[in-house]
Design a binder for this molecule. Structure first.
Ligand SMILES: *Cc1c(COP(=O)(O)O)cnc(C)c1O
Length: 374
């Protein structure tokens, strides 16, 4: 069994993908060819934003808005403590300071009350200027944007949605990657919408910001004079070939969301009496980037993973180490005990195989194996 079966998906769309990839190669327009622009229009329409700026990966998608909004030294950016490293890495990468906040133990997403306490602490210390909140749609479920936007408004902060895992999820009838001032996603192969390499996208309704992002994408170029550079930028374009692949995958994306939901429902029905299954509150839907359960202890999880491995079932730990205890952030002075919820999740979560092509037999095999150990 595979953790994510991209081969099965490829078999479904092979004819189309092969044709579109060859077309892209034969066109000779390897860089920013027509499929890139067309994809941006489709993606913006899909999530319900005015502008989409595609880019090289989900990490650059987070970095570019920080650069475009002038966030840097002396600025505080608030990030959930339980997330993938990139969500916080990009903040330090532009010279600003990531300030962590606790997550909700059930949804794994940024906790608005803890966020507000972190903001107030930074304000009262008076050393850093609070500028932005990065809210992550962890495991496919949008963050609690109702509460987070309230906090942001009260404190005059920008909001960036890290929708690397969230693409396809919804909150209050609105699609992930449509929240906050700017939102981002990743097309890394294992994400809900993945390509066959690296890719990413940024979404906003702010035309001026979109313009700056397009400039940053190509070395800070001047849109009206290609040999003039008006700022420092990156080389951060999405390849034409990857855009061609993404068109084919976007065509079937909604049908995959249906089968992901079906797989999640099967898991939940069969596991809810032995582990803590994922909680998706009313008004939210998840794109099920991961199906993540909580076990009783680190020891029980260790046993579970070994047992599953013996049966050829891959299980993963997303994530074993919280942001405040990452070695790279040791300079920020985080210590064990600072964020108990996040630390506890790191000790007890386990993600099981999840993709649109899981059979009910696969799910039964995973659940039976877990039932045996627990
Ligand atoms: C994967 C991921 C990223 C980074 O995306 P890449 O395309 O791998 O650079 C950022 N944030 C989160 C939450 C992610 O899961």
């Amino acid at each position: 069994m595979q953790f994510i079966d991209l081969g099965e998906q490829y078999r479904r769309i092979k004819d189309k993908v092969d044709k579109e990839v060859i077309n892209a190669i034969e066109s000779g327009k390897y860089i920013m060819g027509p499929p890139v622009k067309e994809l941006e229009q489709r993606l913006a329409a899909y999530v319900g934003r005015k502008y989409c700026v595609s880019c090289s990966n989900g990490t650059d998608a987070l970095t570019m808005p920080l650069m475009a909004l002038g966030i840097g030294e002396g600025d505080a950016v608030f990030v959930p403590d339980f997330t993938f490293f990139a969500s916080a890495e990009v903040v330090a990468g532009v010279g600003a300071t990531p300030v962590f906040a606790e997550v909700n133990p059930d949804t794994f997403n940024l906790d608005a009350e803890s966020l507000e306490r972190s903001i107030e602490k930074v304000k009262s210390e008076g050393k850093l200027t609070p500028r932005m909140i990065i809210a992550v749609d962890l495991f496919g479920q949008p963050a609690d944007f109702g509460a987070i936007m309230d906090v942001a408004q009260r404190h005059g902060l920008l909001v960036m949605e890290d929708g690397a895992q969230g693409f396809g999820g919804t909150y209050n009838g609105k699609k992930a990657c449509s929240f906050g001032d700017v939102s981002t996603t990743s097309f890394f192969p294992a994400k809900p919408l993945g390509c066959y390499g690296d890719g990413g996208a940024i979404f906003t309704d702010d035309g001026e910001l979109a313009e700056r992002l397009r400039s940053i994408r190509v070395h800070g170029s001047n849109p009206t004079d290609k040999y003039d550079n008006i700022r420092l930028g990156l080389n951060a374009r999405l390849d034409t070939v990857q855009a061609a692949v993404l068109h084919c995958k976007l065509d079937i994306f909604d049908s995959e969301l249906v089968t992901r939901q079906r797989a999640a429902d099967c898991y939940t029905a069969s596991l809810k009496d032995i582990v803590e299954t994922p909680v998706v509150p009313e008004k939210f839907t998840s794109s099920w980037a991961q199906y993540t359960v909580k076990l009783k202890s680190r020891e029980q999880r260790e046993k579970g993973i070994i047992r599953l491995k013996e049966k050829g079932i891959p299980a993963m730990i997303y994530y074993p180490c919280p942001m405040h205890l990452q070695t790279a952030f040791a300079g920020l002075g985080g210590k064990k005990g600072d964020f108990p919820v996040s630390e506890h999740l790191c000790d007890t979560v386990m993600s099981v195989p999840m993709h649109p092509y899981l059979t009910s037999k696969d799910i039964e095999t995973v659940c039976m194996a877990l039932r045996e150990v627990l």
